[in-house]
Design a protein around this ligand. Structure first.
Ligand code: NAX
Length: 436
């Protein structure tokens, strides 16, 4: 068995590559598709999982499987600097391998509010199938809806069960926040009051302030506690996160987030297209600052792009500041509106996908910058306590704001504008904010 398992690892031509060989390998196969086809990476992963599932493994055999993970981890580290595109693909496989050899973890309880809505429908199947927490971590979904949407949610539950996902341990459907939030490790607050015709932004803020006050209090009383993470998607996301956090004093403020991960991926996708890159993993150090609204600042000032075997300044490679200021930034800021215009409904699958990315990164960590609205400690001159999107690195289920970035006058002006909007939103909902 051990020989058989090691043969799986060693058959992988990437397994023994050093930097020079990695480059030669890429030169030879030319494209990512060709490499993926040649390596048959998904089959590779499946075969390891079948071995694990179908055999009672001895300690020695488990050690052999762990060797495979070690080889993949080493390969990934070698390739990270040599070829970021390939490294992006491998990192997913490496984490699958790591999961494949891990013990089965305790189930994670995940509450989702607004679960029968558009985003919920695209989100739940990915949560249940292991996309956020990996294939060896069971999940229990605790789904909250308004009473009028419970029937629809029961249909969603039936479909979830029909998928027979090995990672789905249970589904709870309810219209009671105290049931949905009982003992949860993660709460994904997606449901919110939509903006109806003729409704002013101020009315929308107030309606949602009521919802997120109730949900913050229920999280405080019923969630797992200081280890619970709460990510707010429902708009206005940053201010809703602030209200929920202030009403849940038992949960550390740093455990709350407001989703700007979709703005982040929208930016990466547009840059990748403009620069004609093979993959979005050929860009790093991109981020979203501020509010998830039209004042957000998608910032390429510090970004790098992988060109001709090296990381270079994206701004210099782009060499088109007019495009950045007049096309790119407004397009990312207005992307949600453009999707509503085209689709007749707001972003749902992309929002769900960004939320899966957000949860996975929070849970398992990141090596590169990502974006999320978090409780400011005053970084970059932002008022303490506001939920402000920053460039972040996640590690051990905690985030750190990327420090010491130089801001030019243009960037500072943009950050000031979105900061001002967030202060105004906070002031408008002041009566819903118990002291921090
Ligand atoms: P839908 O209207 O399709 O679904 C929302 C669901 O929430 C409905 O089923 C409704 O019954 C439920 N709901 C409302 N109030 C509730 C409450 N108090 N408790 C439990 N459930 C409640 O909206 P959908 O397209 O799924 O969007 C959900 C939210 O995400 C909206 O506020 C939307 O603006 C926001 N978005 C945020 C994004 C972000 O990047 N942060 C991007 C996508 C999206 O626009």
């Amino acid at each position: 068995m051990k020989e058989e398992l090691l043969a799986i690892a060693l058959k992988d031509p990437l397994a023994s590559l050093d930097d020079a060989k990695a480059k030669a390998f890429f030169d030879k196969y030319g494209s990512i598709e060709a490499i993926e086809g040649k390596l048959r990476l998904p089959n590779h992963v499946t075969s390891v999982r079948h071995v694990w599932r179908d055999h009672e493994l001895s300690n020695e055999e488990v050690a052999a499987l762990k060797d495979i993970v070690g080889v993949l981890q080493k390969t990934h580290a070698q390739l990270l600097s040599a070829h970021p595109t390939l490294a992006g693909i491998l990192s997913r496989n490496e984490s699958h391998f790591r999961e494949a050899t891990a013990d089965i973890n305790e189930p994670i309880r995940v509450a989702v509010t607004g679960a029968s809505g558009n985003i919920g429908y695209a989100l739940l199947y990915r949560l249940a199938s292991g996309d956020a927490f990996g294939p060896r971590t069971p999940v229990i979904l605790q789904l909250l809806e308004l009473p009028g949407a419970l029937n629809a949610l029961q249909g969603v539950e039936m479909e979830l069960r029909d998928c027979a996902f090995p990672t789905l341990r249970d589904v709870i459907v309810t219209d009671k926040p105290e049931v949905a939030f009982a003992g949860v490790d993660y709460a994904l607050l997606v449901g919110a009051q939509p903006r109806s015709k003729g409704m002013e932004r101020a009315d929308l803020l107030m309606k949602n302030a009521e919802i997120f006050t109730v949900q913050g209090k229920a999280l405080n009383a019923h969630a797992k506690g200081k280890d619970t993470r709460v990510i707010v998607v429902g708009n206005p996301a940053n201010t809703n996160a602030l209200i929920a956090q202030r009403n849940a004093p038992k949960i550390p403020p740093a455990n709350f987030g407001a989703m700007t991960r979709l703005d982040h991926t929208r930016g990466l996708a547009q840059l990748s297209e403009k620069l004609q890159l093979t993959s979005t993993t050929e860009i790093k150090n991109f981020c979203i600052w501020g509010n998830h609204s039209a004042t957000q600042f998608p910032d390429i000032s510090h970004s790098l792009v992988f060109k001709n075997g090296q990381w270079k300044s994206l701004r210099e490679e782009l060499n088109d500041e007019a495009w950045n200021q007049n096309t790119f930034i407004p397009d990312v800021q207005q992307r949600g509106a453009a999707i509503i215009k085209a689709r007749g409904a707001s972003s749902a699958a992309s929002a769900a996908s960004a939320l899966i990315d957000n949860v996975r990164e929070w849970h398992s960590g990141t090596t590169e910058w990502t974006s999320c609205g978090v409780h400011s400690n005053g970084e970059y001159g932002v008022e303490k306590g506001l939920f402000f999107s920053y460039p972040l690195i996640f590690n051990n289920q905690k985030w750190n704001v990327v420090p010491n970035l130089h801001m030019n006058a243009f960037a500072q002006e943009r950050i000031d504008a979105t900061h001002k909007e967030l202060r105004e939103e906070r002031d408008a909902v002041a009566k819903f904010l118990p002291k921090d």
